[in-house]
Design a protein around this ligand. Structure first.
Ligand SMILES: CC(C)(COP(=O)(O)OP(=O)(O)OC[C@H]1O[C@@H](n2cnc3c(N)ncnc32)[C@H](O)[C@@H]1OP(=O)(O)O)[C@@H](O)C(=O)NCCC(=O)NCCS
Length: 258
């Protein structure tokens, strides 16, 4: 008998059977709060396959049946910020709870405010009076210092360091090992390159790299912005998306700050 099936813990699935999904499985196993019943992924080639001891059960369409069989909730483990947020919405539409996966070696101050569908990996530090929005990833060993506000579907990569009172707006990506000095605001869906040192605000949907960080990409034109809003992008996205967590791919639609 599968030992994971004889506990009274609430059962969850991990949405996304990619590398980040594996990390989240390990976090959930270490934390021990939930029983992990398997993965869900849009890629049909993965269905029925075993990954780190858990089966890929199907795509999102199997969630209502699993819910009816007693599934408690899910955590969305997809690296792409926009896709993660969108899949989290689908999970909630199916009346499943979005749960958090917090590694026991992460340290959170007593008054940190947490949303849902948050992943906090091993060794992350979150200091006093910080706020973390829904679907945030705080990856391995990152530091978020006092009174910082992290918006919905932000990804703070391994080893990144945010000083006090930093604001990161929704959908932003803070690359591996980046450093952000105090009181800086990172705009929505901005990308901070690996190893960058950010010493001033970054505009929305802008990519910065280097020390000190400089802009290498922003919205070149009104036409380019309009392209993001074309209806075919909206229709094309939900299907065929898999847990390819080769971040940072931006979501197609700009999202409001949170
Ligand atoms: C910033 C980043 C997103 C840019 O990717 P991109 O849009 O494909 O940019 P390119 O690779 O075309 O590079 C454009 C220019 O910026 C430079 N550049 C890119 N990333 C850089 C970085 N992190 N630091 C310094 N310079 C960088 C390139 O050398 C290139 O310079 P050039 O035009 O003089 O040749 C990417 O390089 C990066 O740093 N990603 C972080 C990945 C990460 O943190 N992964 C962890 C996942 S958990």
């Amino acid at each position: 008998m599968d030992p994971t099936r004889c506990s009274d813990q609430p059962s969850v699935v991990i949405v996304g059977a990619g590398g980040h999904g594996r990390v989240v499985l390990d976090i959930l196993l270490r934390a021990g709060t939930y029983r992990v019943d398997g993965f869900v992924d849009s890629n049909p080639n993965l269905h029925g396959r075993r990954m780190d001891g858990r089966t890929v059960l199907g795509d999102l369409s199997c969630l209502p049946r699993l819910r009816d069989e007693g599934l408690y909730g899910a955590v969305v483990a997809i690296g792409d910020n926009g896709v993660r947020r969108e899949f989290a919405d689908h999970v909630e539409e199916m009346e499943l709870r979005l749960v958090n996966a917090i590694h026991p070696s992460a340290h959170l101050a007593h008054n940190v405010m947490l949303g849902k569908n948050i992943v906090i990996a091993a060794g992350a530090l979150v200091c006093t009076h910080c706020q973390l929005g829904d679907s945030v990833i705080l990856n391995t060993g990152c530091i978020v210092d006092h009174e910082s506000k992290i918006g919905t579907a932000v990804h703070i990569c391994p080893g990144a360091k945010l000083a006090g009172r930093v604001t990161v707006d929704s959908g932003a990506f803070i690359g591996i090992g980046a450093t952000i000095i105090q009181n800086v605001r990172i705009g929505y869906e901005a990308v901070v390159g690996g190893g960058a040192v950010v010493i001033r605000d970054v505009s929305p949907m802008t990519t910065v790299v280097g020390v000190p960080a400089r802009v290498i990409k922003d919205f070149a034109s009104v036409e380019e912005f309009a392209e993001w809003l074309l209806p075919e992008y909206v229709r094309a996205e939900p299907s065929g998306v898999t847990a390819d967590d080769s971040a940072p791919e931006r979501s197609r639609l700009p999202s409001a700050t949170s």
